[in-house]
Design a protein around this ligand. Sequence first.
Ligand code: MG
Length: 274
Amino acid sequence: MVGFLLLMRHPLLLLACLCPLMAIAQNQPKKEKPLAPGGKWHANDPLRPRPRVVTPPTGQTPPSDATIIFDGKSLAGWKRDPRKSDPAGKDADAALWTVKDGYFECSPKSGSLRTRQKYAGDQQWHIEWATPVEVKGNGQGRGNSGVFIGGFPEIQVLDSYQNDTYPDGQAAGLYGFYPPMVNASRKPGEWQTYDIIVERQKRDSSGKVIKKARLTVIHNGIVVHLGREFDTAAQESDLQLQDHSNPVRYRNIWVRKLNLDDPDAEGTPPPANK
Ligand code: MG
C-alpha cells in the first residue's frame, strides 16, 4: 500500500516501472488476425490494395469508369437487324431511330437496335427510358419496348402506370419468367431508370458449373429482381432495344465492368507510410 501511494505521488517513478513492461509487450510477436474471405489478406490488413477511386454519377453524367453506350448525340455505335426486304448496301444495318435533345426514340417498325460492340464479363448497366406522354392503347400495346442482354430474358419496357397486363409482361418483368417484385412505374412521359447487374455463369477447371448466371434489376431505385438465376453460359453480349411499334425513348445508357472475383487486383497500392 505504501509502495502504491509512493508511485502515485511520483509520476516519473511510475513511468520507470512501466517502461520495462511496455518493452516486453512490444517485443511479443503480434497475434495475426484471421484471414479475410479469399484467403489472401488478413482482417484489417493495412497493406491491402485500396479500392480504386470512381467519381459517382450525377444527373446525366455517368460514373468516371463507365463505358458510355449512348452519349446523347449519335447512334453511331448502334445497328439494326436488316430485313430481307431491305435494299443491300453499306448502310443496310444503319440505326433508324430518331436522336433528339439528348435522347433517342424508336421509329415504329424501323427495327430493333443493337450495339455494334459486345460487352464481356460481369456488368452493371444503367438505362433510362420513357414511354410516350400521349397514352395510346392498353395492355401490351402501351409504350412497349424492351431491353435484351444476351442469354437473359427480355427486361420488359412498358407503360405499366395504371395499365394492367399479365404480370411477367409488365414493366421490369423478366418476360415470360418473373414479374417484378413490385410495380415501381412512373407516369407516362416521365424518365425511368433500370440499373441491371449481370453475373455470368462460372465454371471450375473441370468445366463443372459452380455458379449460375444471375440477373438483378433495380427499377427507379427499387429492387425488383435480386439474383434471378438462369442457365445461360453466355459470357458476353450486345445490348438490344426492342422496336415494338411504340415511340419509346432512351437516354443516358452506360455500362461498367465488374470484377466480382478479385477486386483487389485492380486496386491501388497503399500509401508509402503504411
Ligand atoms: Mg417488349
